[in-house]
Design a protein. Structure first.
Ligand code: DP6
Length: 327
């Protein structure tokens, strides 16, 4: 393989129906299927250069050379890429996030989707979108959903080959806005990767998983019909159920802050007043306020009046992972 370089971009995504817990942690085969929307303008841009032979992989993240866990995780992913493409070369990886880490926007989804797309392209290989999604999934589960465009479903599947994501509506299908109310920039104590294995220690996880397909179907249909009332009800229910599992796991994971709860309560009140907005939270305290774009200005204005809200980030539905240059 001649040394080549490629750069890819991939957006972060926000899950409407959550991925929490794996049936197989090593392969990242999730306990249930999930649904998300890519977040336009919030992306990772990753350049992979394959060297001419084996050696140590290198990772520079946001201009800072990495060692330890971040490098190990990227190198383990490159190992799976090497196995799939039949190469043994080491790689230099440079990645930049254009959104602050710790801003309540999962960076691993964007990072591993961009890394996978760049690594494959730099090797001169061509994989289908499905193959890229499967490979990205093994780096970070939610990265499988940052590969396709717009509104995305990730089928849990029952094997490595059957667990992949695909688009079920393009980015311009529904003018939704995700307003992320930042209530804390602190780095979370327990990240998603450490959190997933705790899911089965909660008595509520089997119950959450048992109802997940029904919520998935209802959410998918609500997006396709642009039915905000149904969408809001199922998105909040699904987020609450995931956090109920987290809170009742052993050890218990508790991601909400008082400010998170205040925003959740206000969002429900604003919806009762007629604004089309609902909330969802990932493994952190920041509140994703999903709203109809037409109501976004008013909701952002209200969020910014709250003392506990430090900042508000805004994103509309975004594209899938794309290669932006190959040398
Ligand atoms: C709460 O995909 O970040 O954001 O597979 O270990 O990288 P790993 O976990 P990750 O988990 C995301 C969990 C979540 C819900 C979701 O995005 O579906």
């Amino acid at each position: 393989m001649s040394p080549t370089t490629a750069t890819a971009q991939a957006c972060a995504n926000i899950a409407f129906i959550k991925y929490w817990g794996n049936r197989d942690d090593a392969l990242r085969l999730p306990a249930n299927s999930s649904i998300s929307m890519n977040l336009d303008g919030l992306y990772a841009e990753t350049t992979v250069q394959w060297l001419s032979g084996p050696g140590e992989d290198q990772l520079v993240l946001n201009e800072t050379p990495q060692s330890g866990d971040p490098l190990r995780r990227v190198s383990a992913h490159l190992e799976r890429v090497r196995a799939q493409l039949g190469t043994s070369s080491a790689a230099n990886v440079r990645s930049v996030n254009n959104f602050p880490t710790g801003a309540g926007i999962a960076s691993s989804a964007a990072a591993f989707a961009a890394l996978t797309a760049a690594a494959v392209s730099a090797a001169g290989a061509r994989l289908s979108e499905r193959e890229l999604s499967i490979l990205a999934r093994t780096g970070s589960g939610s990265a499988s959903r940052s590969v396709p465009d717009g509104f995305v479903e990730w089928f849990a599947g029952d094997s490595h080959e059957t667990s992949y994501a695909e688009s079920f509506a393009p980015a311009d299908y529904w003018a939704l806005t995700d307003l992320v109310a930042i209530v804390s920039q602190a780095h979370k104590a327990v990240g998603s990767t450490a959190g997933h294995p705790t899911a089965t220690t909660s008595d509520l996880q089997s119950c959450r998983v048992a109802g997940a397909q029904e919520r998935f179907d209802r959410c998918r249909q609500a997006v396709l019909e642009r039915d905000f009332a149904t969408f809001a009800e199922v998105v909040e229910l699904d987020s609450n159920q995931m956090h109920a599992v987290m809170m009742t796991s052993r050890p218990s994971l508790f991601y909400w802050l008082p400010e998170s709860v205040l925003v959740m309560c206000l969002v429900r009140q604003w919806r009762a007043e007629g604004l089309r907005v609902c909330y969802t939270l990932d493994a952190g305290p920041n509140v994703h306020c999903l709203c109809e774009a037409a109501d976004a200005t008013e909701i952002e204005r209200r969020l910014r009046t709250l003392a506990g809200v430090q900042d508000v980030r805004s994103a509309s539905p975004g594209p899938g992972a794309r290669v932006v240059s190959v040398e």
